[in-house]
Design a protein around this ligand. Structure first.
Ligand SMILES: Cc1cc2nc3c(=O)[nH]c(=O)nc-3n(C[C@H](O)[C@H](O)[C@H](O)COP(=O)(O)OP(=O)(O)OC[C@H]3O[C@@H](n4cnc5c(N)ncnc54)[C@H](O)[C@@H]3O)c2cc1C
Length: 381
């Protein structure tokens, strides 16, 4: 067992840290206040030019030739400062890029995955519907084959990057009589007529990402854009989310570390009763717990990443990492606000934003209750 990062990984970490300090940290609070994805999108585009959109994908497909550990290292650095950017990035890499790369045929890989990894086309993942959230197999969207095209109809909600994404991985029922085995996955291009963005959501946190509600009305998708085989959609969605959860674990670890580091500096400087509050036992012990939890979150995240990189089954490891790291994100951000006292409640400090941002990590890509279903299902099998 080796806990050391390679020279290349340390260099990558430094490069992302530097990028975050120069391009992400300035204006992070203003972007949150603006509740708009526009500025975040500009930063995403810069990340694309740096090769980060294809970080864990092979060079021959336009990627950077890295792996899941690299992706998590980058994710942690980004999410320490800006979880909105982290969310958009992780959806592109894990939820849109991966299923196209993994299940796509060579033509689909060349047409979509390569430009996605080169930073030219942004991706999204449209699974959730008004009546199909945790129960994502209850899809009411339909896809009917007519000649050489599928005709897609129905609503999708919470579509991250929606409205900006060029390539959307969309799930719909091709055969409702077969239940989840009747779901198929499609690659739908941004400008497909009938793929209508009807609303963008207003949110508690990650306010500088965009989540769109989509109403599909007779969207014509070429048969060539069926991803995998007909009826494989649910499997594609579930395996995609298995990997996505490693990215969300990195997001949780990053948020947890960002909040800890801010609270630590604050506690050393804030003087009450004639001495820094860090000398008060509750503050010192809380910081000790926060520091330990950051290591737990990172260790669980990297464990899941290593298991995936080793080509082993990672579903349970990813669920465990996602659940633990995101609960820690919530705990550390809440404790950070408490350490800053009333000042922590103000928008003058980033910890109130971090606390709002942390909440979503316990919810998306399968709530942490759903992670317990995945884990208990495996251990009680
Ligand atoms: C900001 C944001 C971004 C998102 N991005 C995307 C995206 O890009 N693409 C996409 O497809 N979706 C996306 N989602 C959707 C997200 O994945 C779902 O919101 C999530 O899976 C939960 O579904 P739901 O909201 O319908 O909650 P529900 O399924 O209605 O769950 C409500 C509550 O019931 C609990 N519950 C439900 N079933 C069970 C069960 N069997 N056992 C125990 N508890 C249960 C849940 O844990 C939860 O606490 C996003 C959501 C948000 C808010």
């Amino acid at each position: 067992m080796n806990f050391e990062l390679t020279k290349q990984q340390l260099e990558l970490q430094e490069m992302v840290k530097d990028f975050v300090a120069k391009e992400v940290a300035p204006g992070v609070a203003a972007r949150d206040e603006a509740e708009s994805y526009e500025e975040t999108y500009k930063i995403m585009k810069k990340m694309g030019k740096l090769g980060l959109w294809g970080l864990p994908y092979p060079k021959e497909y336009g990627g950077a030739g890295g792996n899941q550990v690299d992706y998590c290292l980058a994710g942690i650095e980004i999410n320490k400062v800006d979880a909105s950017l982290g969310c958009s990035y992780s959806v592109h890499i894990s939820l849109a890029g991966w299923p196209i790369f993994h299940y796509g045929n060579e033509e689909q890989r060349q047409k979509y995955a390569v430009p996605m990894f080169k930073g030219e086309l942004l991706g999204s993942f449209a699974l959730t519907e008004p009546n199909a959230g945790s129960d994502s197999g209850a899809s009411e969207c339909t896809a009917v084959l007519k000649g050489d095209e599928y005709i897609l109809n129905g609503p999708k909600i919470f579509n991250t990057n929606g409205g900006y994404s060029d390539v959307n991985v969309v799930f719909a029922m091709t055969d409702p009589s077969k239940g989840v085995k009747g779901i198929s996955a499609f690659i739908v291009e941004k400008d497909a007529p009938g793929y209508n963005i009807i609303k963008t959501e207003r949110k508690m946190g990650i306010r500088s990402t965009q989540q769109a509600a989509v109403q599909m009305e007779d969207v014509r998708v070429p048969k060539a854009n069926l991803l995998g085989k007909e009826g494989e959609g649910f499997k594609i969605a579930m395996t995609t989310l298995d990997g996505g959860r490693i990215g969300i674990a990195a997001q949780g670890a990053g948020i947890a570390e960002g909040a800890y580091e801010y609270a630590l500096q604050y506690a050393k400087q804030r003087v009450q009763f004639g001495k820094p509050i860090s000398t008060q036992q509750w503050v010192a012990f809380t910081l000790a717990e926060m520091a330990t939890k950051v290591e737990v979150a990172k260790a669980m995240t990297m464990r899941a990443a290593c298991i995936k990189d080793a080509g082993q089954s990672y579903s349970v490891a990813a669920a465990m990492a996602k659940m633990v790291a995101t609960d820690i994100a919530m705990e550390n951000t809440t404790d950070a606000v408490q350490i800053l006292g009333g000042h922590g409640f103000l928008r003058d400090h980033p910890v109130e934003r971090m606390m709002r941002d942390a909440k979503i990590t316990q919810i998306y890509e399968g709530t942490n209750q759903i992670q317990k279903l995945v884990i208990s299902g495996a251990i009680l099998r």
